[in-house]
Design a protein around this ligand. Structure first.
Ligand SMILES: NC(=O)c1ccc[n+]([C@@H]2O[C@H](COP(=O)([O-])OP(=O)(O)OC[C@H]3O[C@@H](n4cnc5c(N)ncnc54)[C@H](O)[C@@H]3O)[C@@H](O)[C@H]2O)c1
Length: 245
């Protein structure tokens, strides 16, 4: 029970990587604060997580709504007294558009959720982490933020931004017990699938397959654990040896 006594907040916890992180952390003893805009699916994950016997709070929360994020974090800290681990996972990524045809509305929506959302959630918890002299923050970025994806410039730019946000903030708080890293998945299996171990063939990786939600969760849990106490400011790719398109 590696995470017994720890409180972990996960955004976008209803499906996919976020759900896998929530369930794996629950299995390892963590109390959970789960946020998503999809409340119905979030309730299901909350119920699944409670089966491991931990305390679980679920909140309908759009991470791009600063006021709501602050309200949720302050309520969670009132209930649990602290937040030890933050996994900034919620993001938009499914829209494709050539750069020439991309609208400023699309760009603003992506920036609001994928960049400002990470900023709001991180800023909301960091005061508590600084007081406690302990924090683990994992930002879910993407290989798109490293290599750039054609027809997803709007998305790639947001993930590049949070990779740099990770490196810069890690330097500010490294001496204060707060470690911040990002993970950059390649292609992950369809995230609404019930099975966390599901994958399918993919010619985007030299391994010839997509990654699973559980494989991504395993890396995030490692970075959230005290086994990773000397790692901060890194972006770790989890992509089956990606072909750099
Ligand atoms: N699936 C992939 O192939 C892949 C590849 C690289 C990176 N990623 C990254 O992994 C993370 C998770 O992706 P996924 O594919 O597992 O899940 P997903 O995209 O299917 O789901 C994301 C979750 O976030 C929630 N969400 C969306 N907007 C939100 C908002 N404004 N506020 C709160 N919650 C919100 C959704 O309701 C959903 O539950 C994302 O950051 C994504 O960019 C995914």
């Amino acid at each position: 029970m590696k995470f017994q006594g720890k409180v972990a907040m996960i955004t976008g916890a209803s499906v996919g990587i976020g759900r896998a992180v929530a369930l794996c952390l629950a299995e390892q003893g963590a109390d959970l604060v789960l946020l998503d805009i999809n409340t119905e699916l979030l309730q299901n994950v909350g119920e699944e997580a409670k089966k491991f016997g931990n305390r679980v709070l679920t909140y309908e929360c759009d991470v791009s709504n600063e006021e709501r994020v602050n309200e949720v974090v302050s309520d969670a800290i009132k209930c649990f007294g602290k937040v030890d681990i933050l996994v900034n996972n919620a993001a938009l990524w499914r829209d494709r558009s050539s750069f020439a045809e991309s609208s400023s509305d699309l760009w603003k929506r992506y920036m609001d959720v994928n960049v400002m959302g990470v900023y709001y959630c991180t800023r909301a918890v960091i005061g508590n982490m600084l007081e406690n002299g302990y924090g683990r923050i994992i930002n879910v970025a993407s290989v798109a933020g490293v290599y750039g994806n054609a027809n997803m410039v709007h998305y790639s730019a947001t993930k590049g931004a949070i990779i740099t946000m990770t490196t810069a903030l890690a330097k500010e708080v490294a001496e204060k017990g707060i470690l911040i890293n990002s993970v950059s998945p390649g292609s992950v299996s369809p995230s609404q699938n019930e099975d966390m171990d599901f994958f399918k063939p993919s010619d985007l990786s030299y391994m010839g397959r997509t990654g699973t939600d559980r494989e991504n969760a395993n890396l995030i849990l490692f970075l959230a654990s005290d086994e990773a106490n000397y790692i901060s400011g890194q972006n770790i790719q989890i992509d089956g040896c990606r072909k750099k398109l």
